[in-house]
Ligand binder design. Structure first.
Ligand code: KG4
Ligand code: ZN
Length: 349
């Protein structure tokens, strides 16, 4: 580790993210974004209707080095200028994670730079630092993507994360992807349902998972989307000439209603008046709208990054790495491994 560099207040950090289907490399100087390069293999997965791990891993292998080169060129820095390297070490698809982790291990060793293996979910929260000047304050984070749906209590970005709730079955983005497929809209489903819903109306009262009185006791902050999925499938079977845009709008409303309701309930329970929303589903226009209205009514400040920073990216990894450096956290040991099922509470390795 290069101890002399870790005291800087604006550390230059390169972040690598390969946990799913985006090969992403970001560079920050402290909280300033210098480069955010994203190569997605999403089109290669389209005909399978979901991410195929082997295809994602191979695509990462091809894309990783060009992405690193493009990011350094965009940021106008050379690798030797870096103060540290950060990489998503988990959770995610193990073969996909391994490509980023191996690249980061190799770079750190060859350049003799400190390396931070970081948690994917923690970096979805840390990305918030890139879009405003204020100090981070204790927040509730609602993280909703293709791989995760969690409500976290975050006291301090570099150390203190607590899982309050999570999905018991599908992730929110997965539910969007599955319903889009049965509606014949394509993959990935989230943006397609979002667009389709704009020309529809909320006319069908689909169920709100995990909101019954008995669930409020055991699963107050947990999610479940399987009942909703079944209800939509049944409706489609029973209604041959179904109004597709209305189904999309009604399905979306059911998901967004539960997500925002539970996130704000977590704010109320903890007395925390700051809510961050991240992950790919945070790009959803109805979620953004409803979260703002409900948060305002509850006296909670809500922050949702621009869509490009909501979906997986390397800038979020880099800014979490920079936070770890400024907070004086020790780097990870050399030769870290990927951990596909890393727990939320583990921010850095
Ligand atoms: O965070 P992300 O890029 O990758 C994962 O870690 O999964 O999230 C991808 C997910 C996909 O399921 C996609 O359908 C969903 O985010 N998504 C959306 C929207 N844009 C992306 N879901 C709803 N509305 C959107 N506008
Ligand atoms: Zn993600």
């Amino acid at each position: 580790m290069n101890a002399s560099k870790t005291s800087t207040s604006q550390p230059l950090v390169l972040g690598i993210e390969t946990s799913c289907d985006e090969t992403a490399v970001g560079i920050v100087a402290g909280r300033r974004l210098l480069a955010n390069v994203i190569a997605s293999s999403v089109e290669e997965h389209e005909r399978f209707g979901g991410v195929v791990p082997e295809i994602a891993s191979r695509a990462h292998l091809e894309a990783i080095w060009p992405a690193i080169e493009r990011a350094t060129a965009e940021a106008k820095v050379s690798l030797s200028d870096l103060d540290a390297i950060a990489v998503t070490a988990g959770p995610g698809l193990v073969g996909a994670l391994l490509v980023g982790v191996s690249a980061a291990n190799g770079l750190a060793l060859a350049l003799d730079k400190p390396l931070y293996g970081v948690n994917h979910l923690a970096s979805h929260v840390a990305v918030d630092l890139l879009t405003h000047e204020k100090e981070f304050r204790p927040s509730i984070a609602l993280l909703v993507s293709g791989g995760h749906s969690s409500i976290l209590k975050v006291e301090r970005l570099s150390s203190s994360f607590e899982a309050m709730g999570q999905t018991l079955d599908d992730a929110a983005g997965e539910a969007f992807d599955k319903i889009a497929r049965i509606l014949g809209l394509g993959f990935p489903g989230g943006p397609l349902i979002d667009r389709e819903a704009k020309s529809g109306k909320v006319t069908i009262d689909f169920p709100r998972g995990m909101t019954a009185a008995k669930d409020q006791e055991d699963h107050r902050f947990d999610f479940s989307f399987s009942g909703l999925k079944t209800a939509v499938s049944r409706y489609l079977k029973a209604t041959p000439d179904y109004p597709r845009a209305d189904v999309a709008a009604s399905f979306q409303e059911a998901v967004v209603d539960v997500l925002t309701m539970k996130a704000l309930d977590a704010c109320k329970e903890t007395g925390i008046d700051s809510l961050l929303i991240g992950g790919g589903v945070a790009a959803n226009s109805r979620l953004r709208e409803m979260a703002k209205v409900r948060a305002e009514a509850a006296g909670v400040e809500v922050r949702i990054p621009p869509a490009i920073l909501c979906t997986d990216n390397g800038a979020m990894v880099a800014v979490l790495g920079a936070t770890l450096v400024t907070d004086g956290i020790a780097p990870s040991p050399r030769g870290i491994a990927a951990d596909s099922s890393a727990p939320v509470a583990l921010v850095a390795w």
